[in-house]
Design a protein around this ligand. Structure first.
Ligand SMILES: C[S@@+](CC[C@H](N)C(=O)[O-])C[C@H]1O[C@@H](n2cnc3c(N)ncnc32)[C@H](O)[C@@H]1O
Length: 275
């Protein structure tokens, strides 16, 4: 159970080997690239542009009549994007190392803001949605993709089974709260309508992430980075080994019965227009 010692170490070295297009983000990005209406001569911002996806792909698909900005506070990821811009010979992207809670743009200066797995998951989504409204021109567009409540429902069932077996209601509540923080479609849509946007298009889809078993899942580096560290932080250190050995055992039992650990990810593309 080495995975219980996992700690994310942000570094230039780590970012160098981080996927060109993170596989996790790619399904959401493809949904965005399929449904986003492409228009000439726009000024566009990608919020939470990470290591450059979908920012770089969008910049190339749109061409030089459009001017794009990528904004993310993650320094090492921005360095990776600078390298891509240089190596691919791209001239229509400017990077900004900053948080979206205060966008460094004039009022009504942008045509389109996109965010792939971004703004609705930030610490203060309402603040960021209001900032988007401020910097967009009249009828400017805000387009996001996100996973939804119901994400990995199979896995959460196994969490609940495990914590019932352990018989600790407080731990059960912690995982329930962690699952509940993820909004459903109505909740994400409300972030738009509460902050000055009308919804113009919604596309729902889903995909399945397949793992051989729970052990492979818990030892996967991206699962550790994205989710495991959060679960570990919920429980007392002294209980981790007991909780996770039962959880891993139950995941493996489930996988043995079901031909693998197959986890459903519901997702949505949501486009809004400023009113
Ligand atoms: C799940 S990642 C998605 C990255 C990229 N869009 C992709 O699809 O691979 C979320 C990104 O949002 C960035 N982020 C977190 N809080 C932010 C904030 N307040 N303002 C801007 N970006 C933020 C993170 O640094 C991270 O790069």
């Amino acid at each position: 159970m080495d995975y219980l010692n996992y700690q994310f170490v942000d570094s230039e070295d780590f970012v160098k080997t981080y996927d060109e297009v993170p596989l996790w983000s790619s399904s959401f990005g493809l949904l965005m690239l399929k449904h986003l209406e492409l228009k000439a001569n726009e000024t566009i911002l990608d919020i939470g542009s990470g290591t450059g996806f979908p920012l770089v792909e969008l910049a190339e698909r749109l061409g030089n009549s459009c001017k794009l900005f990528g904004l993310d506070p993650w320094k090492n990821a921005n360095m990776r994007v600078h390298e891509k811009i240089k190596n691919y010979g791209i001239s229509n992207i400017t990077l900004i190392e900053s948080s979206a809670e205060q966008l460094p743009f004039e009022d009504q200066s942008l045509d389109l803001i996109v965010s792939n797995l971004g703004i609705n998951n930030f610490d203060k989504p309402d603040v960021v949605f209001r900032e988007c409204n401020r910097v967009l021109k009249a009828s400017g567009r805000l387009v996001i993709t996100t996973n939804l409540h119901g994400h990995w429902k199979e896995l959460y069932e196994i969490w609940y089974l495990t914590l019932h077996e352990i018989g600790n209601e407080a731990y059960l509540k912690l995982i329930e709260n962690e699952e509940a923080h993820r909004r459903n479609l109505a909740g994400v849509s409300q972030l738009f309508t509460d902050n000055g946007f009308q919804i113009t298009n919604v596309v729902e889809d889903s995909f399945t992430m397949k793992f051989l078993d729970g052990s492979a899942f818990l030892n996967h580096h991206f699962i550790q980075l994205g989710w495991l560290a959060g679960w570990i932080s919920l429980f007392p250190k002294s209980e981790l080994s007991m909780i996770f050995s039962k959880f891993e055992f139950n995941l493996n039992q489930f996988a043995a019965r079901n031909g693998g650990l197959n986890l459903t990810v519901p997702m949505a593309f949501i486009a809004g227009e400023k009113f």
